[in-house]
Design a protein around this ligand. Structure first.
Ligand SMILES: Nc1ncnc2c1ncn2[C@@H]1O[C@H](COP(=O)(O)OP(=O)(O)OP(=O)(O)O)[C@@H](O)[C@H]1O
Length: 212
């Protein structure tokens, strides 16, 4: 499989306790797979393991390191939307140039394009802390797109949004999967949102996969 995500026999232990075990699934390019489960079921840990942020047993295979959208967007409040998106290019640009804000012109153009793709072409200069919750989550998605990864992991991206913005962000993720061939793995508390916006669903219960 090229471009997608394959997980086989994934297991995670944290502080000596098994948090995930026997997790196997695949997400194809262009597909949205939702991870459902109650609080504490292991959704965040699964996404973090897929992102390489948590040591794990088993196999996680993707053509390149997945990009991650964090639950509380984790933007730098005082930076502009564009500069927040540029952070997604850190691995290419290097920390020293980033600190000096020596962003190469092609990367600036790419950041502008990523903001356009999430419907925020007009707010690039605005500071993150002047944006609405929905706009901030979109900037966080644009920052993940900036990584140009084939796989996008979104951890409860709508948890702090009102129903209208939640709907819009999930439609955006689906659209990005379709148009850009991204494999999207999104964790969601609300099963009805997962049913409406995901192509397939996976349910976790106490760290194990159960029928969705
Ligand atoms: N760093 C850690 N050390 C020890 N246990 C942890 C750690 N992080 C998470 N856990 C435990 O792992 C389990 C799964 O947590 P996780 O955050 O993945 O669940 P979740 O489904 O994302 O929950 P929520 O919906 O509340 O975010 C929980 O029992 C949690 O207490």
């Amino acid at each position: 499989m090229t471009g997608g995500l394959v997980v086989e026999g994934l297991g995670v232990a944290l502080a000596g306790r098994t948090v995930l075990s026997g997790i196997s699934f695949a997400v194809a390019p262009g597909e949205v797979l939702a991870v459902e489960g109650a609080s504490g079921a292991g959704k965040t840990t699964l996404l973090r393991a897929c992102a390489g942020l948590v040591p794990h047993a088993g196999l996680v295979r993707a053509a390149a390191r997945p990009a991650m959208v964090f639950q509380h967007h984790a933007l730098a409040r005082r930076l502009s939307a564009t500069d927040n998106v540029m952070v997604g290019a850190l691995a290419r640009i290097g920390f020293a140039r980033a600190v000096l804000r020596l962003w190469p012109a092609p990367e600036r153009a790419l950041a502008a394009g990523c903001l356009e793709r999430v419907g925020l072409g007009a707010v690039g200069r605005r500071r993150a802390d002047t944006l609405s919750g929905g706009q901030r989550q979109r900037v966080a998605i644009a920052r993940a797109l900036m990584q140009q990864a084939p796989v996008l992991l979104a951890d409860e991206p709508v948890a702090s949004l009102d129903p209208e913005n939640a709907e819009a962000v999930l439609l955006l993720l689906r659209d990005l999967a379709r148009r850009s061939g991204l494999a999207v793995l999104v964790s969601l508390h609300q099963p009805e949102l997962a049913r409406r916006h995901a192509d397939r669903r996976l349910r976790l219960d106490a760290g194990r996969m159960v029928p969705a």
